[in-house]
Ligand binder design. Structure first.
Ligand code: GCB
Length: 599
């Protein structure tokens, strides 16, 4: 799926700003039939929840409405005109005037509404977007709505981060030519000192395709004719972690000498491969340092914000992180593009968090119902999950920073039914993208003995909390148990292990000379303990601390104004642990530089 861009043949209008806003009231006439007139306005992009002080808006379950008037540029007559919604969390409906033009399920991938036949170049139209935050057993992520005795509806879900909703990313109006490029796929490889770029250009109607590849100085280094082909770049500059280099593929569509459409795509030439217990980028062992993150900030919730984007990447570099995981949903495409340009490696995760009813049983790991069954998460959930994977791969397949797909966070991979559920999703992902390894984040209830799906994946990403949820306050036992478990996974599967989550909550300023959970000192001692273990187990090929920053959670007795496992506070101030990580990852340069490893 191509991101809307301004080119010689395409134009783009950004629709961000203040939109009229209302929560759905079933008794009131359908809001797209008239102007919303309640006087409430909401910022786009932003989650709506924390913008207002009214709990009826914050805790509303169901549809909300955003509306604004849009003028179509007068030069667009004859083009196709589309509205692109970068994200409507978790379901969206788009109306041009009174007409429904698009519906979409899934809160973190973009969708288009074609409004060509409903709008006129040079004139205005009323654009209304409905957004629903409801999660059910057939949505990704899943959840359920409960109705209290007094009729209040509340949303339950199986993950701790707050269920922010709304138009959290940009909305665009854009034009494309009638005969146009509809998609481009590139796959890169390295051949000695040369790089190769296999390209495939899809078009709405058959027409002549020409492509050129330019280096960063703008010089043409390769060119080709036809919708598919291979470009060869002698002495290629590779895209490397920490040293991004992007070529630009210019795809053009011609009718004789007449240019019909043109689209530029940034291309990083690099390879990714799993060999034994190593993760190789450009043939070199790569050791992941970094975090599981969240799109989360005060007031905006999950709203994309370029200032936080720049600052977060500054902090990643400052602390010596070379990578992050998009826990627990695909992030804004701007984030991935930024990673492409700045050489940060990304593990790209779907929004499938909470496919695990075992968590309802607390630490016992036994839920009241099986996770995978027709009554709980069955064929319809799996179909929604498959659609998410298709949309994620369609959006992010050309990004060099994305080195691996993570299909789910902490599914009940130890339960019967997990294999039947995941096997087709693994095959689907491999058929959509045969080039990238795949992983899933393994919940603590799934051990190297009882897990039912680990052999299907290339890399095992372990979420482990020895010293926090287990062995709390007893780091000596935690150290023994963590090492025993990591060795068990390494011996049974012989695959690379990434510690995808390890972390301890810490309240900034709370200090102790003893191992007292919730202090900054304990968070430091906890991380030091984990690092000693990782350095003893060769199969560990990366460490992603949980979490980059404190983040908002659903209300609950286990959280003090949010999840405090951040190494930075929610407003991005370092806790003491941040300095320790910096010493380990950046100043000591161990083990951030590649290690050679056996099993
Ligand atoms: C986990 C989850 C993550 C939570 C974390 C915690 O295992 O994957 O979403 O935030 O634990 O802090 O409990």
């Amino acid at each position: 799926m191509l991101k809307p861009r301004i080119t010689a043949t395409r134009e783009l209008v950004n629709l961000d700003g203040l939109w009229r806003f209302a929560v759905d009231k079933p008794a009131v006439p359908q809001p797209w039939h008239a102007l919303l007139d309640g006087g409430t306005e909401a910022a786009v992009p932003s989650s709506y929840n924390d913008l207002f002080v009214d709990p009826e808006i914050r805790d509303h379950v169901g549809w909300v409405w955003y509306q604004r008037t849009v003028r179509v540029p007068r030069g667009w007559a004859g083009d196709r005109i589309l509205v692109r919604v970068d994200a409507a969390t978790h379901a969206g409906r788009v109306y041009a005037g009174n007409t429904l033009v698009a519906e979409h399920q899934g809160g973190y991938t973009p969708f288009d509404a074609d409004v060509t036949d409903l709008v006129v170049a040079g004139e205005e139209f009323r654009l209304t977007i409905g957004v629903s935050n409801e999660l059910t057993n057939v949505t990704i992520p899943p959840g359920s709505v409960t109705v209290a005795q007094d009729g209040r509806r509340s949303q339950k879900y199986l993950h701790d981060f707050y269920n922010y909703a709304g138009l959290a990313r940009s909305v665009w109006l854009y034009s494309v030519p009638r005969t146009r490029i509809t998609d481009i796929t590139v796959v890169t490889d390295v051949d000695g000192t040369a790089g190769t770029v296999d390209y495939s250009v899809e078009t709405s109607t058959a027409a002549e395709v020409r492509v050129r590849l330019r280096d960063e100085a703008g010089a043409v280094v390769a060119a080709g004719d036809g919708a598919n082909g291979r470009l060869r770049v002698e002495n290629a500059v590779l895209w490397q972690p920490g040293a991004a280099y992007l070529y630009r593929l210019e795809a053009e569509l011609f009718d004789g000498d007449v240019l019909l459409d043109s689209y530029p795509l940034d291309v990083g030439i690099r390879t990714v491969e799993v060999r034994g217990t190593q993760f190789l980028i450009n043939g070199e062992p790569f050791y992941f340092t970094g975090f599981g993150k969240h799109e989360d900030s005060p007031v905006r919730g999950k709203g994309h914000d370029d200032a936080y984007l720049v600052h977060d990447f500054q902090l990643l570099r400052w602390v010596g992180a070379n990578s992050f995981r998009t826990s627990h949903y695909p992030y804004a495409e701007e984030v991935i593009e930024f990673a492409d340009r700045h050489g940060i490696v990304v593990v790209d995760e779907t929004a499938a968090v909470g496919l695990n009813l075992a968590v309802t049983g607390g630490l016992s790991g036994v839920g009241t119902k099986p996770t995978f069954s027709p009554e709980t998460f069955g064929d319809q959930t799996q179909a929604a999950h498959a659609q998410h994977i298709r949309e994620l791969v369609a959006r992010d397949k050309n990004h060099p920073s994305v080195v691996m797909w993570c299909l789910a966070n902490e599914p009940a991979s130890h339960e019967d039914g997990a294999r039947k559920y995941f096997e087709p999703l693994v095959s689907l992902t491999r058929s959509l993208d045969p080039t990238r390894p795949i992983t899933y984040s393994v919940v603590m209830f799934a051990t190297f003995r009882n897990d039912k799906i680990a052999d299907l994946f290339d890399v095992l990403s372990l979420n482990r909390y020895y010293g926090w949820y287990l062995d709390n306050g007893d780091l000596a036992s935690a150290e023994r148990n963590l090492e025993k478990e990591l060795r068990g996974w390494a011996e049974r599967f012989g695959k690379p292990l990434i510690m995808a989550e390890y972390g301890a909550d810490a309240m900034p300023g709370l200090r102790s000379v003893w191992d007292i959970p919730w202090t900054e000192d304990y968070q430091q001692a906890f991380l030091a303990m984990c690092h000693r273990v990782f350095d003893r187990v060769d199969a560990v090929t990366g460490e992603h601390v949980w979490n980059f920053a404190d983040f908002a959670t659903a209300p609950g007795i286990h959280r003090v104004d949010g999840n405090r496992k951040g190494v930075f506070t929610r407003d991005r101030k370092p806790k003491s642990a941040a300095h320790d990580l910096r010493t380990r990852w950046k100043l000591a340069r161990r083990p951030a530089s590649p290690r050679s490893s056996g099993s």
